[in-house]
Design a binder for this molecule. Sequence first.
Ligand code: GDP
Ligand code: MG
Length: 163
Amino acid sequence: MSNIVAIVGRPNVGKSTLFNRLLERREAIVDSTAGVTRDRHYGKSDWNGVEFTVIDTGGYEVNTEDVFQEEISKQVQLAIDEATSIIFMLNVEEGLTDTDYEIYEKLRRSNKPVYITVNKVDSAKEELAATEFYQLGIEEYFTLSSATGSGTGELLDKIVKDF
Ligand code: GDP
Ligand code: MG
């Protein structure tokens, strides 16, 4: 069975930055049924020789308020439907929001493994600020800087181990 890792989260948290970092090659993004490009991107990656597919769920994100909620529910639903593992990305710069709680609630109810990652942790200062995310009621999170790649190794070690 193939392993499919989806990245979900609000716009601007850094999903595409992580996706591009993990990517080796892009796959076709044309939806064969509808004849239109899909609102997500697929790519192949591997970690220590273990291959997996990555989905960037916010492929063509439109960051306007009116489409925001609908877009996010769609992303979360497709992650639950298509993925075997889900990376839920949070942004330490913006902190915890109501939408984050809603997304997490949906993910929690799915029976998929969910890896909570706090992104934009570029320094020790943000590492400390990230502790606010314990308010989600979680026991563990991974801190990341998708921009530099720091923290991605620990996250991937864990995801691949659980495959
Ligand atoms: P998406 O909307 O969730 O796909 O987010 P993007 O990947 O497009 O990133 C949104 C913005 O955050 C861009 O300006 C990125 O350069 C920036 N960004 C992404 N990851 C990091 C990070 O680890 N640290 C910092 N400081 N900025 C980041
Ligand atoms: Mg994006």
